[in-house]
Ligand binder design. Structure first.
Ligand code: B12
Ligand code: SF4
Length: 447
């Protein structure tokens, strides 16, 4: 390297001028940082230090993405309410996409401003794009914005697990900027949860993903809402691949569905619902209409979504399928696969809580011991009791069923690529206990 290069000379000269002027590295002024974020277009902002306890479960992921992170700048951009509440999906999706773009633009502008001040910063996406090479077995997003926003004092998660801002309600999308510098001061969570516990989100969700106690059925939401994203998309591709002719394809996929998939590919993927957000009356700016007349609010906001005639995508034998039949006579279900195929036993175990269907486990109280052999040698205890699932990575307690399985064969069976009876016959999978318990186990995790 030529150390007499003009760029190097200029840099060294700037450095010595700074030293002569007594410029020292200081923490960033918190007030300036917050105001800069608002000036860039955010509607509210807060700061969190990387050492904060609320970040314990994602600190290593954040540092993997940007090892110098010292401060997280969390911000929200407001969404317009009426478009999100619309029964026209095109209107609601336009609002999601525009606000999502706003979040990404704000974050990018902040990074540019910091970079011009020689402060390193990184802007993870609001939503997509994500790290698809990790899909579906590992976390595909860089930062979980929700816990950061909560730690930054921008609201709390409601029963529907979205962050509710005390003023704007849940009509917000979240962004985070990772900054390689400390700030002069940080924010703390707000003292109350803006969620009113009215349970309107529970009533409005077409797939029954939100329980009254705040449990969330990930698979139900993901299968319907994300029909035209990731796994839903791969399922559609497989339908194309499996079709013997155009006529055969048309028997499986309607013209409306094909056109909708084209639309998602052309204009950004379309969510099938976000009714939990639409109906939520929490937040100072939002609550007025609800308090003025609750039954009018139900008629005006909730009922049009609940009564909308539409197709709901469900996994066969899932709780969502039962829920639609029971609660929404005007909606019809379509059975699909959601493309959540795991390729390692670790991912299989980690993913079980996401696909567990409490309703399908009714009446089942059993302890399963799994010993995986071959490529991945892992032991696990899976307990299903009173509609709850527990997964432990060792053998504990007295089992009702013992399963010893070659790991590759098991993953093939779970992905529907290998036949269970063939595997039992070849002793690639062995069980000790009633085969009925294995069937009951499978019923709890339909795919
Ligand atoms: C994964 C994800 C989803 C998943 C899981 C939802 C969830 N409750 O976490 C699905 C696909 C179901 C989903 C749906 C929706 N999402 Co979303 N989603 C995310 C994402 C990428 C990460 C969420 C997260 O931090 N989870 C961690 C913890 C805090 O969440 P949790 O509820 O405790 O636990 C869940 C996750 O850990 C998840 N999970 C765990 N492991 C894995 C592994 C894989 C492979 C996957 C896919 C998921 C997953 O399952 C758990 C149970 O639900 C964020 C964007 C981001 N980068 O942060 C947006 C985000 C949470 N989504 C958002 C929105 C708006 C939605 C939808 C309304 C989409 C829509 N337009 O229809 C629905 C609402 C569903 C609901 N009621 O929660 C907003 C929420 C804004 C707000 N006010 O809080 C976010 C923050 C995007 C943003 N930048 O604003 N989403
Ligand atoms: S709809 Fe009601 S219960 Fe659900 S999150 Fe909003 S305020 Fe809470």
């Amino acid at each position: 390297m030529n150390i007499d290069h003009p760029t190097i000379r200029k840099f060294q000269q700037d450095q010595s001028e700074k030293l002569d002027a007594g410029v020292v590295e200081k923490p960033l002024d918190g007030a300036w940082l917050r105001q800069t974020c608002l000036d860039c277009g955010a509607d509210d902002v807060g700061l969190v230090e990387i050492t904060r306890a609320e970040l314990d479960d994602q600190r290593s992921d954040i540092l993997r993405a940007f090892p110098n992170t010292k401060t997280l700048l969390s911000f929200v951009c407001r969404m317009n309410r009426e478009p999100i509440r619309s029964t026209s999906r095109s209107v609601a999706n336009l609002e999601f996409h525009h606000t999502g773009d706003d979040v990404n633009d704000v974050a990018r502008r902040i990074v540019a401003i910091l970079e011009r001040r020689n402060v390193r910063a990184l802007n993870p996406a609001m939503g997509f794009p994500m790290e698809m090479d990790r899909f579906p077995g590992e976390k595909i997003w860089v930062v979980s914005h929700k816990p950061v926003a909560v730690a930054a004092g921008l609201g709390h998660m409601g029963i529907h697990r979205n962050v509710i801002h005390p003023q704007f309600g849940n009509f917000i999308l979240l962004g985070t900027v990772l900054i390689a510098a400390e700030a002069t001061d940080y924010d703390q969570p707000i003292e109350y949860n803006p969620c009113l516990e009215c349970k309107l989100c529970v009533a409005a969700c077409p797939v029954g993903a939100i329980s009254r106690n705040g449990d969330f059925n990930f698979s139900a939401c993901y299968t319907h809402n994300y029909r035209e994203f990731m796994g839903g998309f791969t399922d559609w591709v497989e339908k194309v691949a499996d079709s013997k002719s155009a006529l055969d394809y048309r028997r499986k996929v309607t013209d409306q569905e094909s056109a909708s998939m084209w639309q998602s590919l052309s204009f950004g993927p379309n969510y099938k619902a976000a009714y939990c957000l639409s109906v939520c009356p929490a937040g100072e700016d939002v609550i007025g209409q609800y308090l003025a007349n609750k039954s009018e609010f139900l008629k005006d906001v909730v009922r049009p979504l609940v009564e909308k005639e539409e197709t709901i995508y469900v996994v066969p034998g899932s709780d969502a399928e039962d829920h639609v039949a029971r609660r929404f006579p005007r909606k019809k279900t379509k059975r699909i696969g959601n493309g959540l195929r795991v390729r390692t036993i670790r991912a299989f175990l980690r993913g079980l809580p996401l696909v567990f269907q409490p309703g399908q486990s009714r009446g089942l109280n059993a302890v399963y011991h799994f010993s995986f052999t071959g490529q991945e040698e892992i032991q696990a205890t899976i307990t299903i009791r009173d509609g709850k699932l527990q997964v432990e990575e060792s053998l504990v307690g007295v089992p009702d069923l013992v399963v010893t399985a070659d790991s590759e064969t098991w993953l093939g069976f779970v992905a529907k690529e290998r036949n269970l009876f063939w595997a039992l016959l070849r002793r690639k999978i062995r069980i000790k206990g009633s085969p009925m318990l294995l069937l009951a186990f499978g019923k709890c995790f339909p795919s």
